[in-house]
Design a protein around this ligand. Sequence first.
Ligand SMILES: [Zn+2]
Length: 312
Amino acid sequence: MQRITVPTVHEGYAIGVDLGGTKILAGVVARDGSIVRRHERPTPQDSQDHVLAELEAAVAELLDDSVHAVGFGAPSPIDQENGVVVRCVNLPLENAPLRDRMHERFGIPVGLDNDANAAAIGEWRGGAGRGVDDLVMLTLGTGVGGGVISGGRPFRGRNGVGAELGHVVIVHDGRPCQGACTGHGHLEAYVSGSAATAAAREAFGPSADAHRAVRLANEGDVQAKGLLEEVGRYLGSGIGSFVNVFAPQLVVLGGGFGVAAYDYLRAPAEEVARREALEPMRSDVRLAKAELGTAAGFIGAAFVAFEALDAG
Ligand SMILES: [Zn+2]
């Protein structure tokens, strides 16, 4: 008698939660990447207990019988073995055993990832990278986050702490990096929204910022365009190296600044990236603008939840 093995397919939805510096964005997401319903609340700034309580509340708000797993994206390295959020840069959250706590509270599988990885997974599953097996995503915001999908799987490095693409050196002994990073000449110091704000202040005075530079460029200001194109060339140096390492078909640019300035960054970034990358990678690669906006993080977190569900 022939035995037919039917693979277990879990139906139902997952909740994805994106923990941001100012907001907790959460959504119920289907396996095709569509959003069933969503919820947002402010991120508390005062204590770890308060942040954890609000994360629980965000999940509880959306939870029903159709939800089979929950996933979180946090702005922190993640200890995947222990399910711990190691240390958030701008939030009171350190060595937080999020996976165990949420599993105890809700009794369903829990996935955890870095917020930039989650955004890359979101764009891969439901946005600009749909159907692509090899992609690199860079989120240009206050800092620079990176996420890599390699051979149809998220790349996370040892114990899930990779890939910090914003902290690769593009200028030896260059500008000091930001925040807790002690490095120099890192991509983040040249292409983040903060770096663009610093350049905008130098050009247009102390009240200017990156978004003002984009507005001015949209109005035809030559100096503002030049400033953004310079950022684009630095970005191209980073992208050229990532293309040589990961051989992606697609590089997705996201983040508040990355999306707003995309039209100015793209051409110079592509030009420099193609100069630095080797054949055949450089002919294959293309740049695309992220499509999901701020939803990328929680959609990706929901797919991290599906990953945990399917592994269990
Ligand atoms: Zn750095």
